[in-house]
Structure formats: C-alpha cells, structure tokens
Design a protein around this ligand. Structure first.
Ligand code: FAD
Length: 281
C-alpha cells in the first residue's frame, strides 16, 4: 500500500520505454525509488511513427500493475484512426485512464501517411471515441514551439487542444521562469483554467542538454550556458550547478503558483530525487 501524499501539488515522472534488458532492469529500480514519493502518475513516452509502440504499452501496463497510475504518451502523426482506436481500446481494457496526447515528430526521412495533422485532432478523436473516460494531458511551449509560424498562432493552436477537451497541460522544459508565468497569465486571460504543470529537465550533462534544447526549442540562458561551458569535462561541477539552478527554478515556480511539477527523468532517479529533497518533498 502506498503512503499518503504529504504535499498538495500534482507531480509526475516521465520515463521512456527501455530498449534493452539492462535498461529494463534499471527502469525497475528507478521506478521503485520514485514510487516511494507516491507521485500522481508515471508517464511513458511513445516514438512517433509507432517505433516504440509495443514497448510503451508493456511499460505502462507494468507500472500500473505496481499500484501507481501510468499515463502513456500517444502521438498521432503517421497514425490512422484505426491504429489509434485500437490503442485506446487496449488501454481502456487494461484500466489505463490517463493519456498524454501529442502530435509527435516524424523521424527524419519518414513521410506521414497519417490521418491526423495536429494534436488537437487527436484530442477531439479521443473524446469522440471514448467520451470522458480518459484524463487527457496535452503539451505546451512557454518558449514557443520551434515549428510555429509565430507566438500568437502557436498560442491559438495550443488553445484548440484545450477546447477539444484536454484536462491538463504539461509544458516543454524551460529554464526561464518568466516564460512560464507569462504563458500562464495568457491562459488566464483566454479563459483557460486547467492546470498548467511545468515540465522540469534536471541537468546532468551539458552536451546532451544542449543538443536536446536545440531540437525542441528550449532556451538555455546565456549565463547558464557560459557557466556550463566553463566546467568542461568536470561532470561533478555540472551536476552541482544543475541541481542548484533547477531546484531554485522549481521553488520559484511552486511559490509563484505552479500547480505541480512533471519531471523528465531520462530514466534516472538520483537527479530528480536530489531536486525534490531540496524542495523538502
Ligand atoms: P501540436 O499541438 O499539434 O503542435 C505542433 C505544431 O503545429 C505547433 O507549431 C503548433 O503551433 C502547430 N499547430 C498545432 N495545431 C495546429 C492547427 N490546428 N493548425 C495549424 N497549426 C497547428 N514526442 C514524441 O514523439 N513522443 C512523446 O512521447 C513525446 N512526449 C512529449 C511530452 C511533452 C510533455 C512534450 C512537451 C513534448 C513531447 N513530445 C513527444 C514532443 C512533441 O511531440 C513535439 O514537440 C511535437 O513537435 C509537437 O507535438 P504537440 O502535441 O505539441 O503538437
């Protein structure tokens, strides 16, 4: 039996489905360490184009069976309505009631032959097919989605997902708290009242973070970049600095009214646990 939650905020941890036997063993250990904190749910990513489809399903079922809710990510790009209908039915049949609904990004060189263009169409389809059964989370980009035409249109497109029936939002990670607060204010001005949970990326390595951030449009502020660069191969200093910066960011977000935190764990427990310890969770 899980202990009662000691804190009022929503918080959740994201995993990717393990690709190897060793990765699976690691994930079991990471899961059991993080489960002790009794999060609201664990989410599991999904490779666009279906590349990790079965692995996402297996991981989600395994997590749910251990007692804490699991939320599969579901991306619609390159999918047909029949594919998605089957996936939804499998989740429903297995008691999975939360979903993170996404468009996804096609692997380079892959052409979309799908029936969905954007995530709002997926949210609409899930509601049409399954009514209110699923609690649907969608993605948001306080620093603006990298492919968007402009920030105003990006916000309008984000609102389409909310209007289509999303229940909650998880943001792309960011290190500028103001971008989040501005986004939340804009939501309030536009009558969006569902929780906007900040996505948090712990910092453990510079090169990988830099690469990811370039791809997904997350800004690493100059002062952080300069510091991280100056540590070179000194991983301990990178991690100590990262822990300090991200703990302060989380505290600031919670103090400023964020309804909780969603951690991109990268299938590691220690960096997330260290931040939560600093936050006295
Ligand atoms: P959308 O909301 O569809 O937006 C994509 C782009 O299209 C934006 O630029 C938007 O402005 C524009 N747009 C949206 N709707 C319309 C419309 N109706 N008309 C015109 N333009 C429109 N990717 C994965 O492959 N697997 C995962 O598991 C995964 N998990 C993620 C979890 C989180 C919390 C986040 C923030 C991202 C995740 N991603 C994942 C990445 C995500 O798939 C990409 O960022 C993708 O490029 C956009 O997905 P979306 O659901 O936000 O798309």
């Amino acid at each position: 039996m899980q202990s009662q939650k000691k804190h009022p905020q929503l918080f959740s941890f994201e995993f990717y489905p393990p690709k190897t036997e060793e990765g699976a063993v690691n994930l079991q250990q990471v899961h059991s360490k993080l489960a002790e904190l009794n999060p609201d749910f664990f989410s599991v990513t999904f490779g666009a184009g279906g590349s990790t489809r079965d692995k996402t399903f297996d991981t989600v079922i395994d997590i749910q069976a251990k007692g804490i809710a699991a939320a599969p990510h579901l991306s619609c790009v390159a999918s047909t309505k029949d594919n998605i209908r089957t996936i939804l039915k499998n989740y429903q049949d297995n008691g999975i009631a939360k979903i993170v609904a996404l468009r996804g990004d096609l692997p380079s060189g892959m052409l979309s032959a799908g029936e969905f263009r954007y995530a709002n169409e997926l949210v609409e389809f899930i509601r049409q097919e399954t009514g209110d059964y699923f609690q649907i989370h969608v993605a948001a980009y306080p620093e603006v989605h990298p492919q968007s035409v402009n920030a105003t249109d990006d916000f309008k497109n984000f609102k389409r997902k909310v209007d289509a029936g999303a229940n909650a939002v998880i943001t792309q990670y960011f290190y500028n708290a103001e971008a989040y607060f501005y986004f939340v204010d804009n939501c309030e001005k536009n009558g969006i009242t569902i929780p906007i949970v900040p996505g948090i990326m712990p910092i453990t390595q510079y090169a990988q973070l830099f690469r990811f951030s370039e791809m997904c449009g997350a800004d690493i502020p100059r002062w952080m970049r300069k510091r991280l660069e100056s540590f070179g191969d000194d991983r301990e200093s990178v991690q100590a600095f990262g822990l300090d910066v991200v703990s302060h960011l989380c505290q600031r977000l919670l103090d400023g009214g964020a309804p909780g935190l969603h951690f991109y764990t990268m299938n590691q427990a220690a960096p997330t646990l260290a931040i939560l310890e600093n936050l006295k969770f």
